[in-house]
Design a protein around this ligand. Structure first.
Ligand SMILES: Nc1ncnc2c1ncn2[C@@H]1O[C@H](COP(=O)(O)OP(=O)(O)OP(=O)(O)O)[C@@H](O)[C@H]1O
Ligand SMILES: [Mg+2]
Length: 453
């Protein structure tokens, strides 16, 4: 798993340091401050490939490129813990060759730094991107680019650097640049598994149940069906709570994102098991999930349960890959996600990192990432005013926030003018609910100043 990531002069901040927890890591921060960028770097650190370089159809996940206008050294350091060892990596950006060049050492053996390459850790990495794309890396089935460089076109392993799927390829299959089929895609595989009625379809059923929004809205498999005379494929369906069997191609965006994750997880596990058998190697002991905008397309009810479901999923994975440790690095914009973590946040294995844009009157604004203490706030709306989201007044409209500020300034000032009071009161009436707690304060202060509410 990824133990630590340290960035220097790369990305939006001059420096970023993330000592990861071994279970759940949450990343928060405004738009454009580097959450996705950090997930891309985490993927690269674990797999030594950039998603967009493996699959040119992607429009995100490009190589991290330092600012051309700066001469400062750009560095990425990280450490990965394998089953029994901790490996530290130290990369810098080689401008002449426009690539990251690094060295590594085994920390516990006090080894000297070595140039070159070392096979990454023994595990699986699953990256769910914000646009619905997904990438899988398997230590048994993928090799980093350097092996191809070393062996040239005669690469005897003939393995791709990773399996990187655009949203369409998850459903319809993935091919490499020579046209060789790497994955059949959700529709064909799911239909095949369902006809086979073996362990794979049961694994898919279990994982779908685990990640369902609730007991009343379980994601359950229906019969295979056809959706058009001109499409000969058997299309899987979901049995909806309202009694219909809906072809997965008609499923909602939220359901499709979860289906994609469940399908590719089962596919990755199945293919990993086959590869281990073929190669005579032990199964993965580590899984890392990188999930961008985990709340994407999910209703608040589902947002509230998704983290808990992921932890249940980790237990289920433990039955497929005994002793596997599962680590999550998750970016979110949702206060419900943070509130939902309160009952089970454990500071010995979970972490929360927040990225902020700091403004100083005497220097230009700068981006800063800090590890935050995770305090219970009791309610999602209280998270809106926390460091994670930095709103001044929780879930109020901008107009309501402005009216409240004006009302408070008026009442906290000295002499008040009755015309001004009536004007502000009108504004308050138009933006606050009748039961807003501010009315009590407003009336009390008016009375204190000798004014009629
Ligand atoms: N390949 C790259 N090389 C260098 N810097 C990059 C690269 N990709 C992104 N960045 C930096 O990250 C910033 C964009 O951040 P990112 O897309 O991670 O934001 P985000 O926090 O995920 O925002 P949102 O919530 O809108 O998704 C860019 O402005 C740039 O500074
Ligand atoms: Mg993003």
């Amino acid at each position: 798993m990824l133990k630590e990531l340290i960035l220097e002069n790369i990305g939006p901040a001059p420096a970023m340091e993330l000592p990861f927890g071994k279970r759940i890591n949450l990343l928060t921060g405004d738009n454009g401050l580097g959450k996705t960028f950090l997930l891309d770097i985490a993927w690269w650190a674990l797999t030594q490939s950039w998603p967009a370089e493996v699959n040119r159809k992607l429009s995100s996940g490009m190589m991290a490129k330092p600012d051309d206008n700066s001469d400062a050294r750009s560095g990425i350091k990280f450490s990965l813990s394998g089953k029994d060892e901790l490996v530290e990596w130290d990369y810098y950006f080689d401008r002449k060759n426009q690539k990251w060049t690094g060295r590594y050492r085994l920390v516990e053996k006090d080894q000297q730094w070595s140039e070159g390459h070392l096979a990454p850790y023994p595990g699986l990495v699953i990256y769910a991107q914000a646009d619905g794309g997904l990438a899988i890396w398997d230590s048994q089935r993928n090799l980093p680019d350097w092996r191809d460089l070393f062996f040239g076109n005669n690469n005897p392993h003939n393995r791709p650097p990773a399996f990187v799927f655009s949203p369409d390829e998850i459903w319809n299959g993935l091919q490499d640049s020579t046209g060789k089929r790497l994955c059949n895609g959700l529709i064909a595989d799911w239909a095949g598994w369902q006809k086979e009625q073996g362990v794979t379809i049961r694994a898919l059923e279990n994982i779908l149940t685990t990640l369902s929004p609730s007991q009343d809205e379980l994601l359950r498999l229906g019969q295979l069906t056809r959706i058009s005379l001109s499409d000969v494929r058997d299309i899987p369906t979901l049995r909806m709570p309202y009694g219909q069997e809906v072809p997965v191609l008609h499923a909602s965006s939220g359901i499709r994102r979860i289906l994609s994750l469940c399908y590719l997880l089962v596919w990755a596990w199945q293919e990993h098991s086959l590869a281990c058998k073929l190669l005579g190697t032990p199964k993965a002991t580590q899984l890392v999930f990188l999930i961008d905008e985990i709340e994407a397309h999910l209703h608040p009810k589902w947002q509230r349960s998704i983290l808990r479901s992921l932890l249940e999923m980790a237990k289920l994975i433990g039955t497929w890959l005994p002793d596997a440790q599962v680590q999550f690095i998750i970016a979110t914009h949702s206060p419900l996600i943070l509130a939902s973590m309160e009952p089970f946040f454990d500071s010995t294995m979970d972490k929360w990192f927040d990225i902020d844009l700091l403004s100083f009157h005497d220097s230009p604004p700068r981006v800063q990432l800090t590890e935050q203490v995770f305090l219970r706030r009791g309610d999602a709306s209280n998270w809106l005013t926390s460091n994670a989201f930095d709103l001044k007044s929780g879930g109020l409209s901008l107009e309501a926030e402005q009216a409240l500020e004006e009302a408070s300034a008026l009442l906290n000032g000295g002499q008040v003018d009755i015309a001004q009071v009536r004007e502000v009161e009108q504004k308050l009436f138009s933006v606050l609910s009748d039961t807003d707690p501010f009315w009590i304060r407003w009336r009390y202060l008016l009375e204190k100043k000798g004014l009629q509410p």
